[in-house]
Design a protein around this ligand. Structure first.
Ligand code: B12
Length: 308
């Protein structure tokens, strides 16, 4: 029999996620010691590994749990005193052909639609408690934001609702950015958006991940005028500059910033990220679409650069 810590080591799934899978999807029902500690047997560990692999392959956790339990197996009993699922607000349809079902995103959309800031915060709290900052951002938050945008585009949520959700996320990311401030003595990076670019959630999430990867980040935010980019670079003398380019509409302004910075600082490493980063009109290498991986890659590429 294994403790939860040991089961986490055997499966590579964080302890908090193991508890959440058990509570929400009843994928395993570990025995308890007299002191109330969970004990997992080999069959439970196998189930958790199967669940882990399905989730990694893009399955929604609920579907993965159903599959792991098997079609003919009866659902495991709900532990006393724990609810499996609350009857939440009406579900928001996920568009056919759109992104895969993002489990829990409907809760975010519904809370936003009701202009219920407390519920938006509760959904974010619950999600951010489930894994590392990077995994929650890449596997849940960014896909969920896309669904919020889709619902807004279809007229299912108001502009006020979309703003409310976006601002709640912004506050959450800003708090994470502050919390990650310690240990930022590594290579210096300036991160922000070109003039006109206001979709900063991806850039700020990347800034958090970059700090967590050990980089000394100066985050200059959304809609930064071209001259200010030159000022920021002149002042902080960074080892790299990262421009987020969320939409195709942001590409021309981003390309102008890159050209201007390159003229003034030909040796500075300039990279791009965000939804439109692969545009052929951007004269800088792309960091990739997974924020955690991109931050690690940048930290690795800059490793050894003097913090000066
Ligand atoms: C929140 C939001 C806003 C907020 C932004 C608030 C803020 N502080 O950031 C506000 C209200 C300001 C806003 C305004 C507008 N918005 Co808006 N918005 C959104 C929404 C819902 C989420 C945006 C977001 O954060 N996405 C985060 C991720 C999902 O975006 P991503 O760029 O694809 O990034 C991926 C990766 O590249 C990576 N990544 C992201 N950033 C970075 C950075 C780095 C460095 C790296 C390495 C990786 C990385 O992470 C993501 C995951 O894979 C989107 C929906 C959507 N599909 O994104 C609409 C959306 C982007 N908005 C849209 C529109 C139309 C607008 C407005 C024009 C509306 C208006 N009429 O005013 C304005 C334009 C503002 C401007 N000038 O930029 C459209 C854009 C359509 C298009 N042209 O592509 C969208 C797609 C909604 C829709 N479905 O129609 N918006």
């Amino acid at each position: 029999m294994y403790t939860i810590k040991h089961a986490a080591e055997l499966t590579g799934v964080p302890v908090a996620t193991l508890r959440a899978w058990e509570r929400r999807y009843a994928v395993v029902a570990p025995e308890r010691t007299e002191g109330g500690y969970r004990l997992y047997d080999d069959a439970a560990v196998d189930r958790l590994r199967a669940m882990r692999d399905l989730v990694a392959a893009g399955w929604a956790p609920r579907q993965a749990a159903d599959e792991v339990r098997g079609p003919r197996r009866r659902p495991l009993p709900t532990p006393p005193g724990e609810r499996v699922d609350a009857a939440g607000p009406p579900p928001v349809p996920v568009p056919a052909g759109g992104p895969a079902v993002v489990e829990g995103a409907a809760d975010l959309v519904a809370a936003g639609r009701a202009l219920d800031a407390a519920s938006v915060a509760a959904v974010l709290d619950e999600r951010f408690a489930r894994g590392s900052f990077e995994s929650v951002v890449d596997d849940w938050l960014m896909p969920a934001l896309r669904l919020v945008g889709d619902a807004w585009e279809r007229g299912e949520v108001s502009t006020a609702a979309e703003h409310l959700v976006a601002h709640a996320v912004l506050r959450r990311l800003a708090a994470a950015f502050e919390a990650a401030a310690a240990g930022t003595r590594g290579p210096r990076v300036v991160i922000g958006l070109p003039p006109g670019g206001r979709h900063e959630l991806g850039a700020l999430a990347f800034a958090v991940a970059a700090r967590r990867a050990g980089l000394a980040v100066t985050y200059v935010g959304a809609d930064l005028p071209q001259d200010s980019w030159l000022d920021a670079v002149g002042q902080t003398r960074p080892h790299a500059l990262v421009l987020a380019v969320p939409r195709p509409e942001d590409v021309p302004a981003a390309a102008r910033v890159i050209d201007a910075v390159r003229r003034a600082h030909p040796d500075l490493r300039v990279l791009v990220g965000g939804g439109a980063q692969d545009s052929p009109d951007l004269p800088a290498p792309a960091l990739g679409h997974r924020i955690g991986d991109a931050a690690d890659r940048l930290a690795h590429a800059l490793a050894g650069a003097s913090a000066g």
